[in-house]
Ligand binder design. Sequence first.
Ligand SMILES: Nc1ncnc2c1ncn2[C@@H]1O[C@H](COP(=O)(O)OP(=O)(O)OP(=O)(O)O)[C@@H](O)[C@H]1O
Ligand SMILES: O=P(O)(O)OC[C@H]1O[C@H](OP(=O)(O)O)[C@H](O)[C@@H]1O
Length: 190
Amino acid sequence: MDGRLIYLMGPSGSGKDSLIEAAREPLRAGNCEVVRRVITRSAESVGEDAIEVSREEFDRRRAKGDFALSWQANGLSYGIPARIDQWLADGRDVLINGSRAHLAEAQQRYPTLLPVLLTVKDEALRERLLRRGRESPAEIEARLHRNALFTADDSIGDTQIRRLDNSGDLAGTVANLLKLLNLSAKPDQT
Ligand SMILES: Nc1ncnc2c1ncn2[C@@H]1O[C@H](COP(=O)(O)OP(=O)(O)OP(=O)(O)O)[C@@H](O)[C@H]1O
Ligand SMILES: O=P(O)(O)OC[C@H]1O[C@H](OP(=O)(O)O)[C@H](O)[C@@H]1O
């Protein structure tokens, strides 16, 4: 039986990487794999647990069919390794860090994917991006501008999208994610 593909998306700075990191162990315990993305980000920049490659290497891998999904955003290229198809075929759930702009294409390839939109209050978003300090002030403004365009766009209001608010503390968001996926945290063995 095929596993579920969970497509986590949300504004840059909403906390997708933090949520994935904090939920990694309970997800694994619930038979849900988290795939590492391939990104053309420079290796020096602080960020998620991703595989950093040059643009040439990214294009080579894409041409070779290494990616189940790939897209461009924020001046970068992102790829989801094709191995997720084997995990899904084996009946394991897979969670990926997706892009709102790529949702429709992802749904074409995976019609039953579960879209989860991570949200955060506007005032917290700017503050989090600035505090993280990974991008320059101009890049942060560009990301906030990109988010404002999405907020103004009704297409992301698809009723199938499950919304998860991360304006509060991360532990609460982890618990809500596990609840949404019908997975519960592994009982504390200590
Ligand atoms: N619930 C939370 N409360 C306070 N700070 C948080 C919370 N969740 C995440 N953060 C902080 O907000 C910043 C942005 O989080 P993170 O990098 O996980 O976002 P992201 O959605 O993965 O962004 P991007 O798409 O740009 O990679 C980080 O500095 C992180 O520590
Ligand atoms: O704005 P949208 O299309 O939702 O997402 C664009 C991409 O930007 C972010 O990546 P990062 O901030 O470079 O890590 C997201 O994770 C996504 O992959």
